[in-house]
Structures are given as structure tokens and as C-alpha cells.
Write a protein that binds this ligand. Structure first.
Ligand code: ADP
Ligand code: ADP
Length: 223
């Protein structure tokens, strides 16, 4: 199963990605997590990406496309994968098609801008795993600590209000168009067209999860 999870920043992509990946035993390919790991490791890519990420802009298509190509060539991607935060631009979506990567399902989480700020400012992450919490909506068992490892949770540098607003601008200018791009592919009816599963992201985490897994099980034929 090859799946893309689409939606604005803070819509719940990372949260739901983990449920889908557990259900279908596929790796979660989150370009945001990969970039944050590169920043933490202080690699050349990390140094390049850090300034761009902190300003709420997008990292260059060339860098991202080569990062993803390298990742999906790894053996754990043989039976599929989930893209979270990729593609982010038309150029990235077109490069994916040009590389003949056939996507079976697009899960699109829809959420209005007003809700996004609440989500992002309360978000806390466990950097090593990418596990995501929310101080109100999904608190960890012990405040400030990851449920599985007990390690400290952090707030992302780009989850400050000014940066979130910038990221929303980047989303509307460069990423929102992907919904139409994949919609047109699906409507074209070609045999490699993905199925689109649109879900209302304003529901509880559990209800969003149920709606997504139900939509996906209709494609795969098992529930
Ligand atoms: P979000 O929570 O907004 O979905 P991500 O963790 O996916 O955030 O991304 C954080 C930042 O990393 C983005 O604002 C951008 O600077 C960079 N980034 C992640 N994925 C991509 C991508 N596919 N193309 C360009 N930049 C990316
Ligand atoms: P994205 O990957 O799209 O940026 P996340 O999965 O990181 O989004 O979710 C953003 C924040 O909102 C996190 O703190 C997460 O715990 C919380 N969250 C995710 N889904 C929901 C939901 N349905 N209701 C309330 N809070 C949510």
C-alpha cells in the first residue's frame, strides 16, 4: 500500500500517519521528521534546512526530492509506505509521477485555519521518534515526557505563532493545489489513479482515525 497523507500544517497528519502505518505495517516517511533529524545531527543538509524551516518557508524541491528518492529505495519500502508532509509542491508531486511511483490512496485531512493555531501552539514532540502529543487534546501520561521512553518532549522551534502564520501562507500558496492535482488524476480514471479519502479533521483524534481506516479498508478489501 502506497499512501499520501495531505492537509495543512497541524491538521493531524503525523498523528494519523502512525495509526495507518501500524495498521498496514508500512514505514512512515515524514520529510519534516527527516529534516529535523538532519538539523539535530548537524549535517550539511541540516544546516541548509534549519534557516528555511525556522522562517516557515519550504526547503528546495531538489533537496527534498533526492532525500525521498534515497529513502524509498530502502528495503523496508518494498511493500509500500506512507508519505507525510511530502509532496508539498506541484514540482514534488510531478517528480513522484515521473519516477513512476504509483500512489493508491490520498488521505486528505480538512481543517480550517482558525483551528490550526490552537493545535500547533499546544503541540509537543518526542524528537527521536516523531511521536506527537498535545498539552490539552492528547496529553502524555506524565507531563512533558514521552509515553514509551520517558524522554523529554519539546516544542518545535517553528510552532511559534509568527512562524505558524508564515507556514499557513506557504501552505495556501504552494501545497493546497495538490488536492486539485490528485483530484484531477482520480477523475481522469486512469488505472494508476489514486482513490481520494477526504476526512473532516475537526473531529476527535479517534473519530478521524476511524474515518480514515474505514476509507482505506474499502480500497484494500479487508477491514
Ligand atoms: P507540518 O507540521 O507543518 O506538517 P512538517 O514537519 O511536515 O510540518 O514540516 C516542517 C518544515 O519542514 C516545513 O515548514 C518546511 O520548512 C520543511 N519541509 C518538510 N517537508 C517538506 C517538503 N516536502 N518540501 C519542502 N519543505 C518541507
Ligand atoms: P501535522 O502532522 O498535520 O502537522 P500533528 O499530527 O502533529 O499535525 O497534530 C498537530 C497537533 O494537534 C498535535 O499536538 C496533535 O496532538 C494535535 N491533534 C492531532 N489531531 C487532533 C484532533 N483530531 N483533535 C485535537 N488535536 C489533535
Amino acid at each position: 500500500m502506497k499512501v499520501i497523507i495531505l492537509g495543512p500544517p497541524g491538521a493531524g497528519k503525523g498523528t494519523q500517519a502512525q495509526y495507518i502505518c501500524d495498521r498496514y505495517s508500512i514505514p512512515q516517511i515524514s520529510t519534516g521528521d527527516m529534516l529535523r533529524a538532519a538539523v539535530a545531527a548537524g549535517t550539511d543538509l541540516g544546516r541548509l534546512a534549519k534557516t528555511v524551516m525556522d522562517s516557515g518557508q519550504l526547503v528546495s524541491d531538489d533537496l527534498i526530492i533526492s532525500l525521498v528518492k534515497e529513502r524509498i529505495a530502502k528495503p523496508d519500502c518494498m511493500n509500500g509506505f506512507l508519505f507525510d508532509g511530502f509532496p508539498r509542491t506541484l514540482a514534488q508531486a510531478e517528480a513522484t509521477r515521473a519516477a513512476r511511483v504509483t500512489i493508491e490512496a490520498i488521505v486528505e485531512i480538512v481543517l480550517p485555519d482558525e483551528e490550526i493555531l490552537k493545535r500547533m501552539t499546544g503541540r509537543r514532540i518526542h524528537p527521536a521518534s516523531g511521536r506527537t502529543y498535545h498539552i490539552i487534546f492528547k496529553p502524555p501520561r506524565e507531563a512533558g515526557k514521552d509515553d514509551l521512553t520517558g524522554e523529554p518532549l519539546i516544542q518545535r522551534a517553528d510552532d511559534r505563532e509568527e512562524t505558524v502564520l508564515q507556514r499557513l501562507i506557504a501552505y495556501h500558496a504552494q501545497t493546497e493545489v495538490l488536492s486539485k492535482f490528485y483530484g484531477a488524476l482520480a477523475a481522469g480514471g486512469s488505472i494508476d489513479a489514486p482513490v481520494i479519502i477526504q476526512v473532516d479533521g475537526a473531529q476527535s483524534i479517534d473519530d478521524v482515525r476511524k474515518a480514515i481506516l474505514e476509507g482505506l479498508s474499502r480500497i484494500t478489501g479487508h477491514g
